[in-house]
Design a protein around this ligand. Structure first.
Ligand SMILES: Cc1cc2nc3c(=O)[nH]c(=O)nc-3n(C[C@H](O)[C@H](O)[C@H](O)COP(=O)(O)OP(=O)(O)OC[C@H]3O[C@@H](n4cnc5c(N)ncnc54)[C@H](O)[C@@H]3O)c2cc1C
Ligand code: FES
Length: 405
């Protein structure tokens, strides 16, 4: 074979290889599966909170008390993407399609996450809100009744990301004292479990006030925690024990969670108090703790109902001229004297009906247009406030105001 022939064979073989490679590339491009383009919205980024509404499916529901008025709902996102982590003590905000008189309408309500962060689900525990005592003809709570009656496994709920400032203080050296009244146990249960898991050397107390054994939620879970953790001290307080409730066995104290009880039970020294319960409990305990000398920074609190305006001591009005607040839709003008913690409490106290959810600047339900005047935020708001608007639940006036409310 001549050199020329050899060169010809090599050139032909190379050309064949190139042709083969091009052919394979063309076939691959033609028949490969199209790539699925995943849009990375905030909800889909691992571990991030989401903006706006996300759909969750109720996977399980279970009653936590004997009376079956407190029901836990486990919620999993239907997009299958990871949950956003939450801080123990935070809540979720729901937009619920409750039935109205003529047509369905939506209401916004917040529910604390009642379990520690995990990768599978959020858990909320909802108390069916009965008509107030003495007003038995009044309607029962619209959202809680709807959830109890309609949120069955498979139901899809519209949920905003976890938020809220009622969380554990980063100071791990001050022993926590959790004080829960009734359904106020939900954020406490999450915080308590986190403390027992992460701060194993820490003494932790839970004072849990309920009416009687019928209302005692998470009974076996709390009992197990107190048996497992020698540094956890559970104090169960029944307001009116039933005939079959045994002191020392079913409960530890009769009556209410009072300052005297705290003084008798707690070791001396500094504590971080976390309080969530019905209004009478908060109104009695918080001023009593302050009077006892507890630093205000060591009292963390959350109210599930109207705000804590009434906790401000009498005579704490801000000195200076009253500011005229005009609620245009309600047609009323009232004097702001600095007595209320925010404009929502001010409106509540004066029987001006304003729709609200979290009462802490997170959900945006109380966002109101400011027609004239200036409002400043008394506490930090998580919700992005639209220009020319304010959040009544955190806002206080700095001038006379006209509000579109
Ligand atoms: C941050 C936060 C966390 C929360 N976490 C929880 C939680 O973990 N679990 C929980 O159960 N709740 C929680 N709540 C409370 C919850 O958001 C709701 O406020 C609660 O479920 C009651 O809402 P509802 O729509 O059922 O009742 P609503 O319809 O708002 O009614 C409230 C009460 O008013 C009464 N009422 C209604 N209409 C009248 C009338 N015309 N006359 C007289 N009385 C009337 C009702 O009977 C009811 O007792 C939380 C609240 C906040 C702000
Ligand atoms: S009530 Fe939620 S932001 Fe005001």
């Amino acid at each position: 074979m001549t050199a020329l022939q050899l060169f010809g064979y090599i050139a032909a073989a190379t050309a064949l290889q190139i042709l083969l490679a091009v052919g394979i590339a063309v076939l691959y491009r033609r028949y490969r599966k199209p790539a699925i383009l995943v849009k990375l919205t905030p909800a889909r980024v691992k571990g991030a909170a989401w903006q706006g509404i996300r759909d969750f499916r109720v996977t399980t529901r279970v009653f936590e008390d004997r009376a079956q008025t407190q029901c836990s709902f486990l919620l999993a996102p239907i997009d299958g993407m990871p949950l956003a982590p939450h801080k123990p003590g935070q809540f979720l905000t729901f937009s619920l399609p409750v039935a109205g008189n003529d047509a369905p309408r939506r209401v916004v309500r917040c529910y604390s996450i009642s379990d520690v962060p995990n990768s599978e689900y959020y858990r909320i525990t909802v108390k069916r809100a009965a008509a107030p005592p003495g007003l038995l003809d009044a309607p029962t709570g619209v959202a809680s009744t709807w959830l109890h009656d309609n949120a069955l496994p498979g139901t899809i709920l519209q949920v905003r990301a976890p938020s809220g400032q009622f969380i554990l203080s980063p100071d791990a050296h001050t022993p926590p004292v959790f004080i829960a009244g009734g359904i106020g146990i939900t954020p406490m249960f999450s915080m308590l479990k986190a403390v027992l898991a992460e701060r194993t050397e820490e003494e932790a107390h839970l004072f849990y006030g309920v009416r009687d054994s019928q209302d005692y939620a998470f009974k076996s879970a709390l009992k197990q925690l107190s048996e497992k953790h020698s540094k956890f001290h559970l104090h169960v307080v029944y307001a009116s024990p039933g005939t079959e409730d045994v002191l020392g066995q079913d409960y530890d104290h009769a009556g209410f969670v009072t300052l005297d009880l705290l003084k008798q039970t707690l070791p001396h020294g500094r504590h971080a108090f976390y309080i969530c319960g019905p209004d009478p409990m908060m109104k009695a305990l918080i001023p009593a703790l302050l009077k006892w000398g507890v630093d205000e920074a060591d009292i963390h609190r959350e109210s599930f109902g109207p705000g804590l305006a009434a906790l401000k001591p009498q005579g704490s009005e801000t000195p200076g001229a009253a500011l005229a607040i005009h609620f245009r839709r309600s047609g009323r003008t009232l004097d702001w004297l600095g007595r209320d913690a925010n404009l929502l409490d001010f409106a509540d106290r004066n029987a001006i009906m304003i729709e609200s959810g979290c009462r802490s600047g997170s959900c945006g339900t109380c966002e109101t247009r400011v027609i004239s005047g200036q409002v400043t935020n008394a506490t930090k708001a998580d919700h992005d406030i639209a220009p020319g608007h304010c959040l009544l639940c955190v806002g206080i006036p700095t001038t006379a105001l006209e509000l579109d409310a």
